[in-house]
Ligand binder design. Structure first.
Ligand code: SAH
Length: 253
């Protein structure tokens, strides 16, 4: 898996190699990341890559040509012309989610394009971008954080990046419901006690409790996710139990 990113701030994006499990995975070569600065691919004497928008208005627009030249260099370096999708970071794009991460993790890699200023020349988008991806309904000053978000979400799905592959399998969204709560030592603190069941050593009861909490949290926080899946009868029973307990401990008006 090879990831390439086009960005005016390559050093920042590459900081991701220094931290945590994803950093270690990159350093160990389980996947590779290269960052490309369009300023290195412009003929302009001051390495300029932006210009004023046609039609007027505030802000600057990233020019097509330096982006195309950068992409050409990436395609040459990858040697897999036409295979790796080019993904533009854009608030107008499709919302990134775990399904996107899984799809990308199953492929040969991809090229991320980070916009800056008012965005990039539409001609580059029309001719060279396969999909636009959004980090959410907000406007950021550049595509670097969304790109790092994608790199992180994809990298942790690559074999060997997470210490324990089971972690990825049990995360939120993988079964399209949210994760259960987690607790660690010490068992008793001024801020509360770890639920007894987790200390019981009874693995079947623990699994049942976790599934119930996961279903209950999804019901509370993301009911839209429950609409998308079919719960089996034991899950329905667990959720009904959660809802009954929740009603019991929620004060009525
Ligand atoms: N004028 C543009 C926003 C430009 S923000 C518009 O309204 O659509 C500058 C750059 O930041 C964008 O080109 C994009 O690459 C990145 N960006 C900003 N918000 C983003 C978001 N929510 N998701 C992904 N990329 C984003």
């Amino acid at each position: 898996m090879r990831i390439d990113a086009i960005t005016l701030f390559p050093e920042w994006l590459l900081e991701i190699e220094r931290y945590g499990v994803v950093g270690r995975g990159l350093r160990e070569g389980r996947l590779s990341l290269a960052a490309w600065n369009p300023r290195d691919y412009t003929a302009h004497p001051t390495r300029r890559v932006d210009d004023r928008p046609y039609g007027g208005g505030p802000g600057m627009v990233m020019q097509n040509r330096p982006l195309v030249a950068t992409l050409d260099a990436i395609v040459a370096a990858r040697g897999d012309s036409g295979r790796a999708p080019v993904l533009l970071m854009s608030p107008q794009g499709e919302r990134f989610d775990q399904r996107w991460a899984e799809r990308l993790a199953a492929g040969p890699g991809f090229v991320l394009v980070c916009g800056r200023y008012e965005g990039i020349d539409q001609r580059f988008i029309d001719r060279h971008v396969d999909a636009e991806i959004s980090a959410g309904d907000m406007v950021l000053s550049g595509g670097e954080l969304p790109a790092m978000m994608i790199i992180d979400a994809v990298a942790r799905l690559i074999d060997g990046v997470l210490g324990d592959a089971r972690s990825a399998a049990e995360d939120s969204f993988v079964e399209t419901i949210l994760d259960h709560p987690h607790y660690t030592r010490p068992p008793d603190e001024a801020d509360g006690r770890v639920p007894d069941v987790l200390l019981s050593g009874d693995h079947a009861r623990i699994a049942r409790w976790r599934e119930k909490q996961a279903l209950g949290r999804t019901w509370l926080r993301r009911p839209d996710l429950l609409d998308r899946i079919e719960l089996d009868s034991s899950q329905q029973a667990l959720l009904a139990e959660f809802i009954a307990e929740y009603a019991d401990c929620t004060p009525r008006p």
